[in-house]
Design a protein around this ligand. Structure first.
Ligand code: DX5
Ligand code: ZN
Length: 217
């Protein structure tokens, strides 16, 4: 894969000013914005729904990377697709018919991603790898920003990169949780294509400099 993509997560933004947060992402030159959707059931926290994505859509050309941490994601996918998401990822742990859902996302004209929590092995995705555009490896237990990266999860990134090579697949690999200037080099070295960063991004003044550091440029 080419250059590493940095995807700032709005989870750590000031929720009273999402428009300002998106402007900060644009100014940082990060090409993606990561939108964490939590339902208070799949994870013990709540965030926002498709209306936010719809309202932010005209403000930026950033690639909208929607991460559904919800039960029954299939019922939400059409709403997020209509709201202007570019890519929609859901959790393998939340569904039975993952293949059908991936195909549905693609029918709606969006990139289709699957995510896995730290306790789920890559083998759970084995049958899906030919069909996904994106595999989002959670490097913390999902639900909150500002947690510490679990180094063992990077073994899954390494394995996914190897399987992609062997199988001739095309998916990108993302890492989500605990990515900051201290951990980024190890995350990139594992073979990660997309670095999601929430708290590191919004707590840093020099966001452009941070994006450069995280991307390894
Ligand atoms: C966690 C979310 C992440 C979160 C990462 O459940 O999926 O996207 O924003 O936050 P940091 O970068 O602070 O670990
Ligand atoms: Zn996320």
């Amino acid at each position: 894969m080419s250059t590493v993509i940095v995807a700032p997560s709005l989870l750590s933004a000031d929720f009273s000013d999402f428009a300002g947060a998106v402007r900060e992402i644009d100014a940082s030159l990060a090409p993606w914005a990561h939108l964490d959707v939590m339902d208070g059931r799949f994870v013990p926290n709540l965030t926002f729904g498709p209306k936010l994505v719809e309202d932010l859509r005209p403000l930026t050309g950033a690639f909208f990377d929607v991460h559904l941490m919800t039960e029954a994601p299939e019922s939400l996918i059409p709403l997020f697709a209509a709201s202007g998401a570019d890519q929609i990822s859901f959790h393998i742990e939340a569904v039975v018919h993952a293949h059908r859902i991936l195909e549905r996302i693609k029918e709606l004209g969006k990139k289709a991603g699957i995510s896995l929590v730290p306790s789920t092995p890559v083998s759970a995705l084995g049958e899906l790898l030919p069909f996904v555009d994106y595999v989002l490896v959670m490097t913390v237990n999902p639900g909150f920003g500002g947690q510490t990266l679990i180094p063992r999860c990077l073994d899954k990134v390494r394995l996914l990169a190897k399987l992609r090579e062997e199988g001739g697949y095309a998916y990108r690999i993302g890492a989500d949780g605990g990515v900051n200037p201290e951990t980024a080099a190890a995350v990139r070295a594992a073979g990660t294509d997309v670095l999601v960063a929430g708290s590191a991004f919004f707590r840093t003044q020099d966001k452009k400099g941070l994006v450069r550091v995280l991307s390894g440029a």
